[in-house]
Design a protein around this ligand. Sequence first.
Ligand SMILES: C[S@@+](CC[C@H](N)C(=O)[O-])C[C@H]1O[C@@H](n2cnc3c(N)ncnc32)[C@H](O)[C@@H]1O
Length: 384
Amino acid sequence: MANKIFDNAKKKKGDEYYTQIHDIELELKHYRDQFRDKVIFCNCDDPYESNFFKYFAMNFNTFGLKKLIATSYSGSPIIFTQLSLIDGLEMKHIVDSTNKAYKIVINEVQDENGDGAIDLADVEYLISNDKNTLIELEGDGDFRSNESIALLKEADIIVTNPPFSLFREYLKQLVDYEKEFIIIGNKNAVTYKDVFSLIKDQKLWIGYRNINSDMWFMVPDGNNYEKIVDGKKLKHIMACWFTNLETTKRHVPLTLYKHYNETEYPHYFNYDAIDVSSVKTIPLGWDGPMGVPITFIDKYNPDQFDIIALGIVGSIDFKHERKMEILKKGVPTGKFTINAKGTLYKIFNPDIDKKPPAFKDVETGELYSSIYARIIIKRKDKLL
Ligand SMILES: C[S@@+](CC[C@H](N)C(=O)[O-])C[C@H]1O[C@@H](n2cnc3c(N)ncnc32)[C@H](O)[C@@H]1O
């Protein structure tokens, strides 16, 4: 029990990654035309601490937003600690409360100098306008609460960086309510069964930011950090943007330049597909199924490829049920597994494989290399 409480506390701490405004700007600028006349809801966003709120408030008029709503969460360990995560903001809370969640609703941003933008997403300035409100919520601001769901229903597009520990549930809610969204998530979420099937069915894709580029988040005091920049403690997370808003990126065809040959593109032993070790070497001249690294989804153009399955047990049916001895650095361990621990594998080829074999067939003595984290895809249009 004690351990469980400790784990939950750790998990919550791990949810406190605050997005830098330039990362928000870099991604969201691509969708600006899609924001026009829309109600934007940031549902994990304390307006005093969230750069998502600041970004939309600053661009309220230039984007032509209809309404901007943000809700805070009273379970947040940083609520009312008055963290200076946002440059230039007066960190004085207007809501005089001990630990209450609240919502801010922006209907109008007065454009003092007529240039379509406001200089500062100053909450006090924003709510000095009678058309805008900042009010306490009845509950804790949980995105699953009735209050928050009522706002979700009213909203057109949801944009935030939700708690990583609740990512599946968070995404499911958006899908269940048929909402458009742009959200940040851990890259590994791609391999979650439910997330992967949304990608496969073209109901979810990766945003503009390259999935392999570093993303640094601000973390509150007391959390682990890797560097300090401009007084902000930053930590690197393997994160990317997930969206169901249209992007031009997903219609750009991947340029294929290598040609298929049997040696460089070996067949898996337990599944009828070839292995492609990097996305940029997807071959011309092969129209059958192939296993590609997970990062393929960043380049996925549904006009060019079909996604068939995730290359792991449960997603695909393996051809064999071979008993194998597990090898460590090529040396037997005396431990055994079936089907390479449920992953794809191929016959070890000492001429091309850089790593030692990972498994040895108990019956035949054949050596195998295991292949982790693959997506099975197929060319859709040979002419592309
Ligand atoms: C990854 S942080 C991102 C915060 C902010 N959106 C940003 O990027 O600047 C996730 C936020 O969600 C809040 N949160 C955690 N659980 C929540 C829940 N069940 N409902 C709503 N918000 C929650 C956390 O306190 C935290 O502030």
